[in-house]
Design a binder for this molecule. Structure first.
Ligand SMILES: [Ca+2]
Length: 92
């Protein structure tokens, strides 16, 4: 089921823990970690670097934060597999 802009905004806000209107790397890490790992598992350096890589690819203007526009554009991007998975989780 395609995500509506409202649903995307809802996911965005759920990642933006400090309600700053942008997603920082640490917020993406905090959001993705439970999706990648089982409860209580430690984040491996490989998973850490995967999240960092994903963040850099979504942050297309290199500002160091992900704006809502960038977040929306990440849909369908080959690098957004991780985000797609999190979208699906957020969808259910
Ligand atoms: Ca934020």
């Amino acid at each position: 089921m395609p995500l509506t802009p409202e649903a995307l905004l809802s996911v965005f806000k759920s990642i933006d823990l400090d309600d700053s209107g942008t997603i920082e790397l640490r917020e993406l890490e905090a959001f993705c970690a439970p999706c990648l790992l089982g409860d209580g598992a430690r984040q491996s350096s490989a998973q850490q670097s995967r999240i960092t890589e994903l963040f850099a690819q979504v942050d297309t203007d290199g500002s160091g934060v992900i704006s809502f526009d960038e977040f929306c554009e990440a849909r369908g991007h080959p690098a957004s597999l991780l985000l797609t998975r999190t979208y699906r989780l957020a969808d259910t």
